[in-house]
Design a protein around this ligand. Structure first.
Ligand SMILES: NC(=O)c1ccc[n+]([C@@H]2O[C@H](COP(=O)([O-])OP(=O)(O)OC[C@H]3O[C@@H](n4cnc5c(N)ncnc54)[C@H](O)[C@@H]3O)[C@@H](O)[C@H]2O)c1
Length: 416
């Protein structure tokens, strides 16, 4: 549908005299919250951030990004030097004076891989004293299906007369600023008024808005992440099957996809990791009483990739006498985000199997990591786990065994 919102145009504010500020992004120092807060601020809205991460709050106040995100450093500098700099706080009082409260805190699964709805409820219990009648509370985190209506019921039970909506975030890390404006925004109010008010906010940045019911929007987000997770698992399983048949997957991949549009959706193999795809597939599994067999199968395949690599190495080398070097600890290329990275799982397995394991990454902050040159010089085997752009021009020593599951160098995985 056409954007129904009251679009302000850059530099104007959606003035509502009941509130002194437009938007408060709760969890606004995070990978999703900060680009969103900056994008609203760039539209001229007055934006607050409430986040419990003191270090990140300090960084942002002083104009420093706490993580890599394309274009965000420049935008942060511009916003902080402009008429309406971000107001960044590690205490929740700032929540009270904004018309829209966008909640984008993390929603990880627990140590048993179960969703943590109780954490969301606990979070809202703490927020209740800082919420005011008339505010619009927008859940932006990826949530367990049904959460939005439960939160609405919970807030109503506390006597709050607020509007509640679910507007899932769909950007990919590294492309957040571009995609926030390019992708349609899904707006799912618990009632018509909530939909209208939440659309007013997202209409300031979105080209178009898709309206759904909260449960539809929650499932839309869960399906999108599970679908991507399953697609990557398909590629990874094909890679394993090809290797077990003694051939290189990427020769087959080329034949499958070259000038053959029906296969254009097949991704390459690789480590499928990060803070979203696995945990959202597991949230969907929990929401189906663990009957989401495709999701569980995908988990076994994707999470099994490090084990697969080590098994292949053991079949070819005397691993126990060798030094293995891991290149790239981030969960994906050109990122500094190590959350749920399978490179760490690979390290753990290799620490058991190899004589020595050395790890490097140009972006991840981790004192255990070594400079790239040292890892290259000392390793008998090199495994490229995150295909950072700066690894593309690397020269390897003669005789150095390079595992390239991403086909970074166009020569295949090197297992065949
Ligand atoms: N990272 C992505 O690419 C991405 C994309 C789409 C959706 N999501 C979803 O967005 C949500 C946030 O993900 P993220 O990657 O930005 O996580 P993140 O950990 O980078 O950010 C979450 C932020 O919330 C803050 N926080 C946690 N508890 C808080 C509390 N009680 N009060 C105030 N602040 C609190 C944290 O300090 C952190 O800065 C998750 O539900 C995730 O699934 C993430």
């Amino acid at each position: 549908m056409e954007n129904p919102a009251c679009t302000t145009g850059r530099g104007l504010s959606l003035i509502d005299r009941t509130f002194s500020h437009d938007v408060c992004v709760v969890g606004g120092c995070g990978h999703v919250g900060l680009p969103l807060a900056l994008t609203f601020a760039d539209e001229g809205l007055s934006v607050s951030i409430y986040d419990i991460n003191d270090d990140a709050v300090r960084n942002i106040r002083s104009g420093e990004m706490p993580f890599r995100e394309t274009g965000a450093h420049e935008l942060l500098q511009r916003v902080q030097g402009g008429k309406k700099p971000l107001r960044v706080s590690s205490t929740p009082e700032v929540v009270s004076d904004s018309k829209w409260v966008v909640v984008v805190i993390g929603t990880p699964v627990d140590e048993h891989l179960n969703p943590t709805f109780h954490a969301m409820r606990r979070f809202f219990s703490g927020l209740v004293p800082h919420l005011r009648d008339g505010q619009c509370i927008i859940l932006r985190s990826t949530v367990y299906p049904g959460s939005t209506e439960k939160i609405r019921g919970f807030l109503a039970s506390k006597g709050l007369d607020v509007h509640v909506a679910y507007c899932p975030e769909r950007v990919a890390e590294g492309k957040a600023l571009e995609e926030l404006r390019a992708l349609p925004q899904i707006v799912a109010g618990c009632d018509e008024e909530a939909t209208r008010i939440a659309s007013e906010l997202f209409g300031t940045i979105a080209r178009s808005i898709i309206h759904l019911a909260p449960i539809e929007a929650e499932l839309t987000k869960a399906f999108a992440n599970a679908w991507r997770y399953i697609q990557f698992a398909t590629a990874n399983q094909f890679l394993m099957i090809a290797t077990d048949h003694g051939v290189d997957f990427y020769r087959i991949y080329d034949a499958l996809t070259r000038e053959y549009p029906r296969m254009s959706g097949l991704p390459k193999g690789g480590f499928t990791a990060g803070p979203c795809l696995l945990k959202d597939t597991l949230q969907l599994a929990a929401a189906t009483d663990n009957t989401f067999t495709l999701g569980h199968a995908a988990m076994l395949i994707n999470e099994g990739m490090p084990n697969f690599i080590v098994r292949q190495l053991k079949a070819r080398h005397d691993l126990a006498r060798m030094t293995a070097g891991i290149l790239g600890m981030a969960f994906k290329a050109d990122s500094d985000d190590p959350r749920e990275s399978l490179a760490y799982k690979l390290r753990k397995i290799l620490e058991y199997e190899a004589a020595q394991v050395l790890c490097t990454d140009p972006y991840v902050r981790d004192e255990a990591l070594l400079p790239l040159d040292d890892v290259l010089a000392l390793s008998d085997i090199v495994i490229v786990t995150a295909p950072h752009e700066q690894y593309r021009a690397l020269q390897f020593r003669d005789g150095q065994y390079v595992v390239d599951i991403w086909n970074t160098y166009g020569k295949g995985t090197t297992f065949a």
